[in-house]
Each structure stands twice: as structure tokens, then as C-alpha cells.
Design a binder for this molecule. Structure first.
Ligand code: ADP
Length: 459
């Protein structure tokens, strides 16, 4: 049976008659029912008649009476419908898969789009004709460009006059397997920023270049850290050099027999040497404390009882030995008495605050150190009539390496570590540190040291 149904039209016509066994039809109406042209059906019908599947009476065709052939047709019809069901199922499943993949692709495109649009790094993509394919908001922000329609335009024209122009002009140099890396200095909102630019080709498997990707990363913070490191090294060397030069000078004079120094002068020089060595030692202690803080280790304190006024006067003497631009005044009540704390650490805090008050004040202005007892603590304050600070600047004062960089402070050296260290030294005692300041008027820095035994003058 199957051999006489070896073409699609023969199968369709045979199954049509099988499913409509009472039909007696002309070729024209068979063509209408089955969807074929009459011309297409001519040989088909002849062959089906020859094979005995159809009978012809004049122009009329009908299905065979032969029970064997009809059973055969029944079987073919069953196979056909089963196969058709399976194919339809397969098609439906393929359709579902296709739809799912299309949705996944769309989701992927959406998330890629979100990543490209929200990433902090800048991304510029060009095609083989050096035309812009993409500029993400990160790139606009890093290069200080406004939003604009750039896609499809020549990259050299789009980026003319921008910091990436020289880089775009060198895209030809970046071939398969190579890359170009450079640093750009960009001014954004009047602030210099540093951007690392990396250019890579986008290629096909055959090594043909289809375009380029320029990735821009903000490295301003890294550069600032580098600058801070150099500043710190230069500051520390300078600070170490001053006492060492003094010690060397005094020691040289003491050793020189030709100077013939009297006993009194010799003693004075030795005292100076002693003072300078103390200064060096305090400086080194500060840096050791900072490295402890950096390593996340706590600062240890060794409390002793001492007279607070003596300590304040010592701090003033230390400051006067460094600079006499302002002569600090001391205002303390007579009954201030003793406190129990780490004497060296409190001295360190006080010398930091005093040195800042003098450093950031015009020469000759008043600097006043005062102290008082408050419930459960002593409160020490250093007030000056210097440059002062804005509320935003005060907010960052105790952050490590924070320095205010304005025109008035340009020539004043420092590390931005003094107040950071002071805060930790005070907090190691369980105390507090703070500042009130007004730009152009002056500042008041204060700190407290808990001391539960007020008024006790233990000598
Ligand atoms: P440094 O003085 O080494 O820069 P500090 O941590 O001691 O670092 O101070 C941080 C910043 O706070 C300084 O750079 C300075 O601009 C500001 N500052 C500190 N004390 C005063 C003050 N008394 N008056 C004005 N500005 C001050």
C-alpha cells in the first residue's frame, strides 16, 4: 500500500477518500477539497486508479471497494495521524523553546544595558569605520561631557577637543592582540581628576578588527594617595631634620676646643640637645602610634597622676621652642589639681592642638590654652584667632590625611594626621574631642579626660 502512496499529493488524495468514503467526485471538486490544482492532480489520480486505490466511472472518482486496500488505507491513516501529532507536538515544543530563548535574550540585553549604564567606569565603543557605537554615562561623567546624541557619528569628530581626542586618533595602532594604556588629566567641575584609559580592539575569530573599546577608570584617589605618600615622606624628613641639625650644631660646638665655652654655656647647650632629642622622640612616638592605628591595633595608655597645669606649661614651652609667632597664654583655675592619665599622650594631644593654633594663625594673634573641671572630667581648650573653618571642613577634621587645601594654607606644611591621632589618643582615655570654628574668626579645639577624683591635689 505504502509504495502506491509515495508522494504527498497521492497520500493526501487517498486519505481524503478514506476519510470521506461516500464521496463520488470529479477531479475539479477533488482539487477544491484537497487544495491542489487540477493540473497537479491529473497524473496523481491516474496512478491511484492504476494502483486500485480509486475507481473511475467516466469523470467520477470514488474509493475502492476492495476490503484489503481499505484496511491498508485505514492503517496508513492511523500512521499518518500519529506521525502528524508527534510532529505538531515537536513544533509546539520548538516554538516554546524559541519563545523562552527570546525572553532570556531580552532579559540579558536589559541587564547588560543596566550594567553599562550604571557602571562607574566609562565605556566608549567604536566600530570598524571609527564611528561611535556607545558612550555610557560613566564616560560622560569622567570626561566632563554633557549628554548628547553621538551614536553613528565619526569618533574623531565627536571627541574633538576632549581629553580622549589624542587616544581616539591612535585607534589604528591598536591591532589584534594589542592594547593601549595611558593616563589622562581631566578637569571636571574645576577639579583635576586622573583617568586611566585602556584601549582594546574588538575582533572576530579570523583576527579582523570590528572596532575598539575604550575603558576609562577614575584613579584620582590612587593618585592622591601617591601624592600624600610623597608629601608625608617630605614632611617627616623635614621634621626629623630640624632637631637633628640643632643637635649636630650644639654637639659640634661642645666638642670644638677652639670655642672655649664656659661651663654655663656648655650646660645650656646640653639642655638644648636634651630638648631636641625629646622632640625627636615625641615625633617618632606619634608615627609609631599612627602605624599602630593603621594596623588596627589599639593605643595603650599608662596612667599616672600629674599636675595638669604643669603639663600645659610644658606644652607651651615646647611650642615656643618651635615657633614664637604667637605667644600662647595659659588660663587655668588655681585649684585645677592633678589628673590621672597617660602624661606623654596628653602632652602629645596638647602640643598638636597648640602647634595647629599657631600654624593656622597670623603672627601675633592670641592663642589661649585654658582648662577647667567639669563633672567627672577635666576639659582642656585651645582657642585661636586664626583662619577658622567652614562647617563642612570641620566635619572631616579627624579623618586621616585630611588637610584643607585652600590658598591661605598653601604654604603651611602638614600631614593631616595630627587631629586624627589626637582623637584616638583622647578616646583611648575614654574622653572626647571637638571643635567649634568660624571662617576668618578663629577656632576652639577642646578635649576631655575622664577624671573621677576632682579637686584632689596629690603631690
Ligand atoms: P596638619 O596640620 O598636619 O595638616 P591636622 O590633622 O593637625 O593636620 O589638621 C587637619 C587640617 O585641619 C589642617 O590641614 C588644617 O587645615 C585644619 N586645622 C587644624 N587646626 C586648625 C586651626 N586651629 N585653625 C584652622 N585650621 C586648622
Amino acid at each position: 500500500m505504502s509504495t502506491c502512496l509515495d508522494s504527498r499529493p497521492k497520500l493526501d488524495v487517498a486519505l481524503f477518500f478514506h476519510e470521506n468514503p461516500d464521496t463520488m467526485d470529479t477531479p475539479e471538486s477533488i482539487a477544491t477539497w484537497t487544495g491542489y490544482h487540477v493540473a497537479e492532480l491529473e497524473s496523481t489520480l491516474d496512478e491511484l486508479v492504476e494502483a486500485g486505490v480509486l475507481r473511475r466511472t467516466g469523470n467520477i472518482l470514488r474509493i475502492t471497494d476492495d476490503p484489503e486496500l481499505r484496511r491498508g488505507l485505514e492503517q496508513v491513516s492511523r500512521y499518518y495521524h500519529t506521525a502528524r501529532g508527534a510532529v505538531e507536538e515537536l513544533v509546539a515544543r520548538l516554538h516554546e523553546d524559541h519563545q523562552r530563548m527570546a525572553e532570556q535574550l531580552e532579559r540579558l540585553e536589559v541587564s547588560l544595558d543596566v550594567i553599562v549604564h550604571t557602571m562607574a567606569d566609562g565605556l566608549i565603543v567604536t566600530n570598524a569605520d571609527r564611528c561611535v557605537v556607545l558612550v555610557n554615562p560613566g564616560a560622560e561623567r569622567l570626561l566632563g561631557l554633557g549628554e548628547a546624541d553621538r551614536v553613528g557619528r565619526p569618533a574623531l569628530e565627536v571627541f574633538a577637543g576632549t581629553p580622549v581626542e589624542p587616544l581616539i586618533g591612535r585607534l589604528d595602532e591598536v591591532g589584534p592582540g594589542s592594547q593601549l594604556q595611558t593616563e589622562l588629566r581631566v578637569i571636571v567641575d574645576d577639579e583635576p581628576r586622573y583617568v586611566r584609559a585602556n584601549v582594546r580592539p574588538v575582533g572576530t575569530d579570523e583576527g579582523k578588527i570590528q572596532g575598539h573599546v575604550v575603558l576609562l577608570s577614575d584613579i584620582t584617589d590612587l593618585r592622591r594617595l601617591d601624592d600624600l605618600k610623597s608629601e608625608l615622606i617630605s614632611f617627616v624628613s623635614h621634621e626629623l631634620k630640624a632637631p637633628l641639625t640643632a643637635v649636630k650644631g650644639y654637639a659640634g660646638s661642645l666638642l670644638s676646643t677652639s670655642l672655649n665655652l664656659g661651663k654655663e654655656t656648655q650646660e645650656e647647650f646640653l639642655r638644648e640637645i636634651d630638648g631636641e632629642v625629646d622632640r625627636l622622640s615625641r615625633l617618632i612616638d606619634s608615627f609609631l602610634d599612627i602605624s599602630k592605628l593603621d594596623a588596627g591595633r589599639p593605643i595603650e595608655i599608662m596612667p599616672v597622676s600629674f599636675a595638669l597645669e604643669d603639663l600645659i606649661r610644658q606644652a607651651v614651652q615646647i611650642q615656643l621652642a618651635v615657633s614664637n609667632r604667637c605667644i600662647p597664654k595659659v588660663e587655668v583655675p588655681e585649684d585645677l589639681g592633678h589628673v590621672t592619665a597617660d602624661r606623654d599622650k596628653v602632652l602629645q594631644v596638647l602640643t598638636n592642638l597648640l602647634s595647629n593654633a599657631v600654624k593656622y594663625s597670623p603672627a601675633g594673634r592670641d592663642v589661649v590654652v585654658s582648662a577647667e573641671r567639669v563633672p567627672g572630667a577635666v576639659r582642656v581648650q585651645v582657642a585661636d584667632q586664626g583662619l577658622g573653618m567652614s562647617p563642612e571642613q570641620i566635619e572631616n577634621l579627624f579623618v586621616p590625611y585630611y588637610r584643607i587645601r585652600d590658598a591661605k594654607r598653601k604654604a603651611i606644611r602638614g600631614t593631616g594626621l595630627g587631629l586624627y591621632l589626637s582623637k584616638h589618643l583622647v578616646e583611648a582615655h575614654g574622653g572626647e574631642i571637638g571643635c567649634e570654628s568660624e571662617e576668618g574668626i578663629g577656632s576652639k579645639f577642646w578635649f576631655t579626660i575622664p577624671d573621677p577624683s576632682p579637686q584632689e591635689a596629690v603631690h
